[in-house]
Design a protein around this ligand. Structure first.
Ligand SMILES: N=c1c2ncn([C@@H]3O[C@H](COP(=O)(O)OP(=O)(O)OP(=O)(O)O)[C@@H](O)[C@H]3O)c2ncn1[C@@H]1O[C@H](COP(=O)(O)O)[C@@H](O)[C@H]1O
Length: 97
């Protein structure tokens, strides 16, 4: 795997590190410690999915890529919150091939 292939695994490792160490000035930490609990990340996923749909309707490929990345990041945070791993996602996708 080259650097680009590693990017999702690397991002998940950063998220796991934030969960364990809760550094200040980290957006990821703010999600793990949010007073709304997991609802904060669920709300973000809802908002960003709406933004993704609007970008698709506008045929705005740059915005579509931006919102896709926001969704993948927040999805990985959600998996981490649930004690799941990026491997669970990979396994589920592989099963469907
Ligand atoms: N991939 C992401 C990532 N994607 C989105 N976000 C944050 O998610 C929030 C998205 O919420 P909003 O859509 O409301 O954001 P916005 O600023 O209004 O932007 P728009 O979507 O409206 O353009 C923003 O604050 C983004 O900074 C992310 N924050 C962090 N990461 C990754 O996580 C790593 C660790 O980040 P920290 O935990 O902040 O150190 C970073 O190095 C990145 O690799």
């Amino acid at each position: 795997m080259d650097d680009a292939d590693d990017v999702i695994d690397d991002l998940f490792a950063v998220i796991e590190d934030r969960k364990e160490n809760l550094p200040e000035d980290s957006y990821t930490t703010s999600l793990f410690t949010h007073e709304k609990g997991e609802n904060a990340v669920l709300e973000k996923l809802g908002e960003e999915t709406t933004e993704l749909i609007l970008a698709a309707k506008d045929d705005d490929r740059e915005e579509l890529a931006h919102e896709s990345a926001d969704i993948v990041y927040h999805l990985l945070v959600l998996l981490s919150m649930k004690g799941m791993d990026v491997e669970d996602l990979r396994a589920e996708l592989s099963k469907r091939r």
